[in-house]
Design a protein around this ligand. Structure first.
Ligand code: 3H9
Length: 690
């Protein structure tokens, strides 16, 4: 195997330079490791060569080990990163890493294995393995403490954040920090350092009571949190770097790394990493289509959503015109935007000057004729057919021929909305989540007629807004809310059958959801769910809903905004207190319906609610609304507080075994109190199991 000439050797005055540059940020795949190993060996055997430089080009020294390889153990195949480490650290000639761009994970560990490091001041050095449920497994936990001290190394590895390079002058980590070419600096350095070979692994860290106590304190802190296997493993590995020799600590690190690569958490986090990168690949898009230039944007509707969308565009450097149909609404929107920027200044996230400059790109008007000057308009007006169609028609009337017409509708049929314009091919859904300036998720909704050009431009806009942009087809609720509606419905039916909303919330929160379903409804406003249910019943009168949520709304228990909902917020507890009145209401309801309450275990509650998501997810895949099951996972990770370490609802179900899911939903369908029509096995699931 070789990297097809992506590794090459150049010699200059007794110095051998190994250039390596692959398409994917010098990820240390087996092929690249192989070629690097051979190149280093070749130079070590060459008597003319007195020192060696490793140079990965300007963009990246290396983004680390190839994450794909862990599931099949390819990372352990010769030459592994450990083999490279041995070859470099035991070399009889000095080996210098010339680092520009990112040196992450195994990439930084490769540099730590070298005898010297010449670093560009704009490069990023980090050990981010913790975000993948791993620890640095190529000697990083043993070497970094030797270079920069135990406490600092521990913080760096636990946080996964880049090191602050200008604070490392006193350490052995960086020999030269330069703003010039690292390759020239490395050549100058290597010329001077010929003959010097010293490796930090041979130095032992002396034991120190205070240091060991610090590690104990860190462990005690972790006891307050759940799911801390990785963090504890990192502390164990760092502890092993103290007192023992390098070899013993390295062995411990390898054992822990193996344990973590096999853990369900790490597999889920690795899945999430790739799923988030996959969303940009749209299978049927022609390769050669370029995004249209978009710089001037109009947002129509200055409510909470419209103002939030305007903030997103402003923050991304677009110029924004906010349009309303009355001055008071415009003023209110301006107020919301101003409040946001004031908040950013007071939190120290923006300087006053920067905030003022950004807001200079905002203008407001009541005149739709302003649309003639923009490249894209997003409507965020009231969710009503008449209102939306009239706004879309105005957009059609005034926007230039090449402009894009985006709608933020969350419930109306975008295929039909697009048809009220004379250019349905230029219509696309940009479904932001509230608060738009905070939530990373953006569903890009493609209608039957959206052109490829419009879609490519929408994807480009998603990227520029730094959103997690997932393409969805048109259906009621798109990907995220359509699944959510079933999840909430099944959770509601569980209350009818005997569970309490508090048990359901607790079970799902303990399982890892950021917020249980009823706490979430209280936050969003129970009146919103009420309207959605009424709408769904209009479309399907046989759909089975619990009646309890409606009773709450009829009693004006709308959630946080009325201080009462499923929970009582009147005492100031933001998470809400359990409420005996709600319990009584539920009991009365069950009695009136003749329901005998059953008890549910937390496990069963979680199974029913999570499989409700997955079940609907399979239907979305069958209908082609979602392109891939991993896209559904991304929607849930970015927009619905699904625990990242469980990978997303579809990945979770796959890990449990799709046959297990199929059997369980078959059982749910047989319950009297459950919804048999929902718990039908989706064809795609049956196919996969077969
Ligand atoms: C490790 O090193 C373990 C060791 O300690 C021990 C081993 C024994 N692997 O993100 P981008 C791909 S664990 C595989 O879009 P950006 C990525 O999938 C690793 N593939 O670019 C994408 O492919 P595609 C520790 C990787 O500029 C393409 O490269 N390292 C890897 O937005 C471009 O990536 C990390 O955790 C990888 N390691 O962001 C760093 N890295 O085009 C992981 C990238 O097909 N990487 N790819 O979609 C990152 O955080 C970002 O890629 C980075 C660049 C910030 C570097």
């Amino acid at each position: 195997m070789n990297t097809q000439g992506q590794v090459r050797i150049e010699t200059s005055q007794n110095i051998g330079i190994i250039h390596f540059q692959t398409e994917k940020l010098n990820v240390l795949s087996h092929a690249l490791r192989h070629d690097l190993y051979q190149a280093i060996q070749q130079l070590l055997l060459n008597n003319e060569i007195r020192s060696i430089i490793l140079y990965g080009g300007e963009k990246a020294f290396s983004a680390g080990a190839d994450i794909h390889e862990f599931s099949q153990g390819i990372h352990l195949e010769f030459p592994s990163l450990h083999d490279l480490f041995d070859l470099i650290s035991n070399a009889s000639k000095p080996i210098v890493a010339a680092i520009s761009g990112v040196a992450f994970g195994g990439g930084l560990e490769l540099a730590l294995a070298c005898h010297h490091r010449i670093v560009h001041e704009k490069s990023q050095l980090a050990l981010p393995e913790v975000h993948l449920g791993l620890l640095p497994g190529a000697a990083g936990t043993q070497l970094l403490p030797r270079y920069i001290g135990v406490e600092r190394a521990l913080n760096t590895i636990l946080s996964g954040k880049p090191l602050k390079l200008d604070t490392l002058n006193e350490t052995a980590l960086i020999d030269v920090l330069t703003e010039e070419s690292v390759l020239s600096a490395a050549l100058a350095f290597a010329t001077q350092s010929v003959g010097t070979v010293y490796h930090i692994k041979n130095i032992n860290i002396e034991s120190d009571e205070a240091l060991l106590q610090h590690l104990e304190n860190q462990r005690a802190q972790l006891k307050k949190h759940t799911n801390t296997v990785v963090q504890n493993a990192i502390i164990d590995a760092i502890e092993a770097s103290i007192e023992q020799n390098f070899q013993a600590g390295f062995l411990k690190e390898q054992q822990l790394f193996k344990m973590l690569t096999e853990s369900a958490e790490s597999k889920s986090l690795r899945h999430a990493f790739f799923a988030e990168r996959e969303i940009k690949n749209i299978p049927d898009l022609a390769q050669n289509i370029q995004a249209q230039p978009v710089q001037k944007v109009a947002v129509i509707g200055a409510g909470t959503m419209g103002s939030g969308i305007a903030i997103c565009f402003l923050n991304a450097g677009f110029s924004v015109t906010l349009i309303e149909n009355n001055q008071a609404a415009l003023e209110r929107g301006l107020g919301l935007i101003g409040q946001y920027f004031d908040g950013q200044i007071s939190k120290g996230r923006l300087t006053e000057e920067k905030a003022t400059n950004i807001q200079k790109n905002l203008s407001t008007t009541l005149d739709y004729a302003a649309l003639s000057q923009v490249d894209l308009a997003v409507e965020a007006v009231f969710e009503d057919w008449e209102v939306k169609t009239s706004v879309l028609q105005k957009m059609d009337e005034y926007l230039p021929e090449s402009a894009i017409l985006a709608s933020n509708t969350s419930t109306l049929d975008l295929n039909e909305l697009a048809k009220v314009t004379k250019r349905p091919e230029a219509v696309v859904g940009l479904h932001f989540f509230s608060p738009a300036q905070v939530m990373p998720l953006l569903e890009i909704v493609r209608t039957e007629l959206t052109s490829q050009q419009t879609l490519v431009t929408a994807l480009d806009i998603g990227k520029r807004l730094r959103k997690v942009a997932v393409v969805a087809g048109v259906c009621d609720g798109f990907i995220g809310n359509r699944m959510l509606n079933e999840y909430l419905r099944i959770a509601g039916l569980l209350i009818d059958a005997g569970a309490s909303p508090y048990q359901i919330d607790q079970a799902l929160e303990q399982w890892g959801m950021a917020m249980g379903p009823f706490r979430m409804c209280d936050m969003a406003g129970n009146d919103i769910g009420y309207l959605i249910r009424k709408q769904q019943l209009k479309m399907n009168p046989n759909k089975k809903f619990s009646g309890i949520a409606d009773l709450l709304v009829e009693q004006q228990r709308l959630g946080q905004k009325t201080k009462k909902g499923w929970y009582d917020y009147s005492q100031g507890n933001r998470r809400g207190d359990q409420d005996a009145e709600v319990i009584q209401l539920i009991e009365d309801y069950r009695q009136a319906q003749g329901i005998e309450a059953k008890t549910f275990s937390n496990e069963e509650i979680v199974e029913r609610c999570i499989y409700a998501l997955t079940n609907e997810g399979f239907r979305l895949l069958e209908e082609g609304i979602a392109l891939r099951s991993s896209d559904i996972d991304v929607v849930y990770l970015a927009g619905y507080g699904f625990p990242r370490w469980r990978g997303g609802p579809m990945f979770y179900a796959e890990q449990q075994g799709l046959d297990v899911m199929k059997n369980r939903i078959q059982q749910f369908a047989e319950d009297l109190y459950s919804d048999a029509s929902f718990w039908q096995i989706p064809t795609l699931l049956a196919k996969k199991v077969a």
